[in-house]
Design a protein around this ligand. Structure first.
Ligand code: NAP
Ligand code: ZN
Ligand code: ZN
Length: 353
């Protein structure tokens, strides 16, 4: 074991602060990574504040990790010291179930190991995983991603969660030329959704509560913008979309968005608000509509997404922060004031004391 610097919260109500954690020494199949950048996902905030009711404290969030390989175990051949690599939301899974066999580790039937807030059997009984708000992480090579050379490292970090979480349902529900895709919520996930759906060739409509984001939405690749608080705009867009990706982190009226779907359209929920969403049967029945969900993406698909982004010159629009600005960043995220992803510069992490 070795000591690593981190930022943690010890309960749901007190701020994150400097904290020292133990990391395992790399085993034969492990990659030890010095973390350079870590994106700030709204899931980090939900977890830190215990909003999903399952947080194990102390919690070290962060699952949009980009770093440099420090050392590798004796059986690792895919990575070597000095490589730039990524780690997303998954650091282990059973590798034997039907989902793992299909490369859908996020749906591992025996429970995938999340990068943070999951039981960490490799660290012993009762331990749980610590995420990327940290100087180092040690990850089995099967779950390590390659960052294409053309991508800016800091701007690539948010692809590891925000990128794959929007890419995967866009692919699964076949976004592309001739399809009209709506993205709800212009935050971290939403801005990646707009860029990726546009690059896939779909007609993209941004649906936002923030009129002052409309111009940005167009620059990011939206062909149309709907201000969701404007009832006339929502009514005019009724039954116009084939697919909607809902990236909203807070409580909202899902029926208003379902009404934007054409017959046989699908609304895919990726945003994970604390409170249940209430769907009226009559939002689904008359148009044979589908209300679905999607969770991040598998390891192979995450690599495919990174390569797709490199090919299309896509990365995140980021605002770099110092590690000790994380609590303020959370407050801004709650006000929908993020343009469009905070990324922590890990060079600002206090050293292990
Ligand atoms: P974020 O950056 O905070 O963006 C959320 C956006 O939602 C805001 O910027 C805002 O956009 C919109 N919004 C906020 N309150 C709203 C309201 N009351 N009604 C309508 N829209 C509202 O968050 P994020 O990091 O993109 O994450 C979004 C959600 O996805 C979180 O719940 C997160 O936990 C979840 N998530 C799920 C997965 C998965 O695998 N399914 C993966 C990652 C994250 P406008 O200003 O444009 O309205
Ligand atoms: Zn995330
Ligand atoms: Zn499995």
């Amino acid at each position: 074991m070795f000591k690593a610097a981190a930022f943690a919260c010890e309960d749901a109500t007190t701020p994150l602060h400097a904290f020292t954690i133990n990391r395992r020494d790399p085993g034969p199949r492990d990659v030890e990574i010095e973390i350079l950048f870590c994106g700030v996902c709204h899931s980090d905030l939900h977890t830190a504040r215990g909003e999903w009711g399952n947080t194990m404290y102390p919690a070290v969030p962060g699952h949009e990790i980009v770093g440099r390989v420090n050392r590798v175990g004796s059986e690792v051949s895919a990575f070597k010291t000095g490589d730039t690599v990524g780690v997303g939301c998954i650091v282990d899974s059973c590798r034997a179930c039907a989902s793992c066999a299909e490369g859908l580790e996020q749906f591992c039937e025996n429970g995938m190991t999340g990068t943070y807030n999951a039981p960490d059997t490799k660290m012993g009984e009762g331990a749980h995983t610590f995420g990327g708000y940290s100087s180092h992480v040690v990850v089995d090579d099967r779950y390590v991603l390659r960052i294409p050379a053309s991508l800016d490292l800091a701007a690539a970090a948010p692809l590891l969660c925000a990128g794959i979480t929007t890419y995967s349902p866009l692919r699964h529900w076949k976004a592309g030329p001739g399809k009209s895709v709506g993205i709800v919520g212009l935050g971290g996930l939403g801005h990646m959704g707009v860029k990726i759906a546009h690059a896939m060739g779909a007609h993209v409509t941004m649906i936002t509560t923030s009129p002052d984001k409309a111009e940005d939405a167009r620059k990011l690749g939206a062909d149309a913008v709907i201000i969701s608080k404007d009832a006339a705009q929502m009514a005019a867009a009724s039954r116009s979309l084939d697919l909607i990706i809902d990236c909203v982190a807070a409580d909202h009226d899902i029926n208003a968005y379902l009404n934007l779907l054409k017959r046989d359209g699908a609304l895919v929920q990726v945003g994970a608000p604390e409170k249940p969403l209430s769907v009226s049967a009559f939002s689904l029945i008359p148009g044979r509509r589908t209300f679905a969900g999607s969770m991040i993406g598998g390891i192979a698909e995450t690599q495919e997404m990174l390569d797709f982004c490199a090919e299309h010159g896509i990365a995140s629009d980021i605002e770099m922060i110092d590690m000790d600005e994380i609590n303020e960043a959370y407050e801004r995220m709650l006000k929908s004031d993020v343009r469009y992803r905070f990324v922590i510069d890990m060079a600002t992490m206090p050293k292990v004391g």
